[in-house]
Structure formats: structure tokens, C-alpha cells
Design a protein around this ligand. Sequence first.
Ligand SMILES: C[S@@+](CC[C@H](N)C(=O)[O-])C[C@H]1O[C@@H](n2cnc3c(N)ncnc32)[C@H](O)[C@@H]1O
Length: 342
Amino acid sequence: MALRLGMSSLARQAVRMARRYSEVSTDLRYVVSCLTSERKRVPHWYMYDTRGSELFEEIARKSSTYTLWKHEYTLLQNHMTDIMSSMSTPALLVELGSGASSKTRPVIEAMIERQGALTYVPVDIAKDYIEQVSRELEREYSALKVEPFGGLFMDGLRHVADRPEPKLLLFLGNSIGNVPIDEHVPMMKEIRAYLSPQDRFVLGLDLNTDRDSVLKVYHTGDRRPWLDNIIERLNRDFDGNIDKMKFEPTTNFVQNPAEGDTPSYVERYLQNTTVQSVHLRKLGLDIDFPAGDKLYLSDGPNYSCKFSQHQARRLAEKSNFAVEGLWANEDAKFCLVCLAPK
Ligand SMILES: C[S@@+](CC[C@H](N)C(=O)[O-])C[C@H]1O[C@@H](n2cnc3c(N)ncnc32)[C@H](O)[C@@H]1O
């Protein structure tokens, strides 16, 4: 009898948990599967709710050690004429992982100057944030129409694939470097499949492989609020009690040969300092974090990849793009690559 009661209470608990799981979105269910896997992790896109996006932009603009923002902005200002030279008008501007669209401004301005009016489709997981950015952009540029797509990269690209206009597709801020390394080529091939010969694809890449300066970028204290926001978001989304103060950020740099095909990369995780048993009330789920346990901040091994120019060219070659232009800043730490579908 006691056994039968025990079984049915377990069964009732399983039904309750299943019901709670079914009430959360598919995206959040994926986050739970990451948290409960052997290699505990949060997917990279999860760091970008509205607060995470605002903090990211602030760090990118203010950081004295991470100068990608200003160099990429300058490269875009200097090379928009080169990029547009082989494109016909009027073209559609599409951007994957657009965030604050702050580096997109020189592109928007050059395209409006060339073709009079412009439609811009920013694609980003941070839906509320890009909708707010889109309204601001439309207020700023009277010749601009913005059609934000809140969702995953490839869903956004699929959404515009059938548009007849030539497309200028941007993927800036070394965002491809956050995609798991073994997905780079498949993702680029998929992007290629959605583009036509009349389109152009501009990738912004981080070329800095100097270990000391890379580690300095990720060790600065100004990134703490950004990391804290990940834990705060988990607590908000799942009504959890994770103690962010118990986590210490750790960064490693894995250097690969510049002449090989695999980029170097930063590995990043939050290490739990003292044992904590976490309860996610929304799911009725307990997760144990022993002391020393790691919570990785990426799906793949790489939090952020650092490329050589050779690797950038090989990535293009393997995914059936021709490199139409590759422009680096003066110390060759960042570059823009303009790709044409072969
Ligand atoms: C490194 S930030 C770059 C932001 C901006 N393009 C820049 O260069 O400053 C990456 C952006 O991609 C978005 N993002 C990350 N993973 C995504 C995914 N799988 N699908 C859609 N958006 C994603 C984030 O919300 C964020 O705005």
C-alpha cells in the first residue's frame, strides 16, 4: 500500500512538472536543458534581453580595452562606397544580430544618399530592444522604413529570402565568433543558400589573437553587471534563487595556428565558489552547483572566436562566397569582409 501511495505521489509530481514545463516557451525550455546538462551552460543569445542588450552596447562603446566598436564604425564609414559599388539599387538592408544598430548608421546614411529611400530589416533575438531601436531610427531618418524581426538569425534571413530587391546583409561585431565553431561553415553555407548573386554579405571580424590583450578585454570589471544580468535573468524567468555573488567569471584563451582553418577562441564560464542548491520555483526544479562547478556562457567551446585573415578567407571559400573586399584597421586587429555569392 505504502509503495502504491509513493508511486502515485511520484507520478503526480511528474505530471505537475510536465505541466509547468509545457507552460514555458520553447526558448526557455532549451535554456533549462542547457542548465541541467552535464556541461552546464547558458546559450549565448540568452544574454541579450533588453537589459543585457543595453549593457552590451554600453560596454562596446565605453571599453578602453575592446576597441572593436570604433574600428568597425570607421571601416564602415570608409568602405561603404566600395561595398555598394557592385550592387544595383534600390537595395534592401538586412542585419543579423543588429542590437543597438549604432554601427549601422553610416551604412544607412550611405544607402539613403545613394538610393533616396531605404528599407532596413534588423534581425535580433532581443525583440523588444530592437523594436525600440527601430522606432528611434525612423524618427531620426525620414527616408528610412524599419521592419524589425525579433527572432533567431536564420528565421530572420528566411523571412526576407524571397524579397526581390538586391540585399546588403550585415553580420557585424564579430557576432559569428559567438556561434559554436563547428557551426560556422554550415551556417555560412545556409546564409549563402538564401542569397542571390546580386546580394552582398558583410562580415565584421575580430582579428586580435594577442593572448595578453585578449585576456585584458575580458578581465575588466566593467563587464560584471553584464554577467550579473545573466543570473538575474535566470532568476526572473524561472522564479529562481541563484546567488550571483557565488559565481566568479573565468576566461581562457585557446590559441590555434593562424594558418590552420580553426580560429582561436575565448572560453568563458562562471565558476561557483561554494556549494549552492538552486530552486527554480516556476518549474519545481532543483539544480545542484557543487563548489568549483562551471556554468559556461556558450553552447559551443567558444565564447568568442578570434580569426586570422587566412581563416576569414577559408571560411568564405568553404561556404561558396568570393571575397570581394577585405579591409582591416591600421594595426590589423579588426576587419570587414565583403562577400559575393559565387
Ligand atoms: C555581439 S552582439 C553585436 C551587436 C551589434 N551588431 C554590434 O556589432 O554591436 C550580438 C547580437 O546578436 C544577437 N543575437 C545573439 N545570438 C542570436 C541568435 N542566435 N539569433 C538572433 N540574434 C542573436 C544579440 O541579441 C546581440 O544583439
